[in-house]
Design a protein around this ligand. Structure first.
Ligand SMILES: *Cc1c(COP(=O)(O)O)cnc(C)c1O
Length: 385
């Protein structure tokens, strides 16, 4: 199998899986209990929180574990907007993950003003537009760090500078950038930042929100005293322990994955551009998480390419896993200016830690043949696009 859908989810790292199965077999205690079998689990959660905090350059007390990256995003936006009720505006971008876009729609339904900052053809947000959009009514800006469909990295430091001049809080969805480029809260100077374990070789169903000390925020879930009253409910102990381990592994591997993934992705990109005519690369050439490649294959439907590659045991995607089931074309590809028929011809290949040179060879053998065959069948002239 050649798995090139690492932006949708990553395989669990074997050492993470081992740690989690050992944990499940032994540690059932409730971390809130005062006797030893509770306290030892509490201690393990503390260690995991320490790992996550270390990786972000944050304090342990600034990390809140959540049920997913989506929950971290919801918590950040709704929690802050609820905590600053006298301000009416929320600013985000046109290319956010549905976790933020749909939260924006929810705020609109509650009477808030939501502004979606446009992006240029490479997927970088329009900073002039953002500067003009910020008013005395703006409570918060949320701009993603790296985009999940095209990989473009946003100028978060600039966003923070513009927002801070006006006393506006900044959140960033760093689910795709975490583990791929530096994600350090004091370098980015953001107030809130979301991450998710299953995008970095950890388990599904566990994420975290970094909340800078002193940031006004309301809890998302009310109940017990867990997560400093910010997210009540008995902790997903095995998920947290797995997340902590996955982050330790990231820290230990340092730049190793980044370098190999960048090299493999560059080879794949060049190979596609050399071997397949009438393709368009989507995203930023340089300022991009390097393992994300998004190509439009003029004249074709992406689904047809996906299915054909699938019969060869090669797995890619059309972009956001979350919009896969809807008929709509990707809002990200529309935002960078692709016409609907071009957007519908676009395939995302996202590489990860476990990809090899052989994987790239396989794709570069199969994909050109598949595209050629499908184009013969479709009868459309790719030059018309
Ligand atoms: C995957 C993803 C999310 C959602 O994280 P889940 O843990 O799957 O809910 C949010 N934002 C981005 C950019 C993502 O890629």
């Amino acid at each position: 199998m050649v798995y090139l859908d690492n932006n949708a989810t990553t395989p669990i790292d074997p050492t993470v899986g081992e740690k989690m199965s050992r944990f499940l077999k032994t540690y059932f205690g409730n971390p809130s209990s005062l006797y030893p079998i509770g306290r030892e689990v509490k201690e393990m959660i503390k260690e995991a929180r320490e790992s996550v905090a270390d990786a972000l350059g944050a304090k342990r007390s600034e990390i809140v574990f959540t049920g997913s990256g989506t929950e971290a995003d919801n918590f950040a936006v709704r929690g802050v907007m609820d905590a600053i009720p006298d301000k009416n505006e929320f600013i985000t971008s046109a290319i956010e993950h549905p976790a933020i876009i749909e939260t924006g729609h929810y705020l609109e339904s509650k009477g808030k003003k939501v502004i979606y900052v446009p992006v240029d053809p490479e997927g970088t947000i329009d900073l002039d537009f953002l500067r003009d959009a910020i008013t005395s009514q703006t409570a918060m800006v949320s701009i993603m760090h790296a985009n999940n469909e095209i990989g473009t990295i946003q100028p978060i430091e600039e966003v923070v500078r513009l927002a801070k001049e006006r006393g506006v809080l900044v959140h960033t969805d760093a689910v795709q950038s975490f583990g791929k480029i530096d994600v350090l809260v004091n370098k980015l100077e953001v107030d809130l930042l979301s991450i998710s374990a299953h995008k970095t070789y950890g388990p599904k169903g566990i994420g975290a929100l970094y909340v800078r000390k002193g940031t006004p925020i309301k809890p998302l879930i009310y109940g017990g005293h867990q997560e400093r009253l910010m997210r009540a409910g008995t902790e997903n102990t095995v998920g947290i322990v797995g997340f902590g381990k996955a982050v330790r592994v990231l820290l230990e591997r340092g730049d190793k994955d980044k370098k190999t993934i960048a090299k493999l992705a560059e080879r794949l990109k060049r190979g596609i551009e050399e071997k397949i005519p009438n393709v368009k690369f989507n995203g930023h050439e340089k300022n991009r998480i390097k393992g994300t490649l998004n190509f439009s294959f003029f004249g074709l439907e992406a689904e047809a390419i996906l299915l054909s590659l699938g019969t060869k045991d090669i797995y890619v995607s059309t972009g956001s896993a979350c919009s896969e089931e809807s008929e709509d074309v990707s809002h990200v590809l529309r935002a960078i200016g692709l016409r609907p028929e071009v957007a519908r011809s676009s395939v995302r290949m996202s590489l990860g830690r476990f990809n090899t040179e052989e994987d790239i060879d396989r794709v570069l053998t199969e994909l050109p043949e598949i595209v050629e065959k499908l184009r013969e069948i479709s009868g459309l002239d790719p030059n018309d696009f």
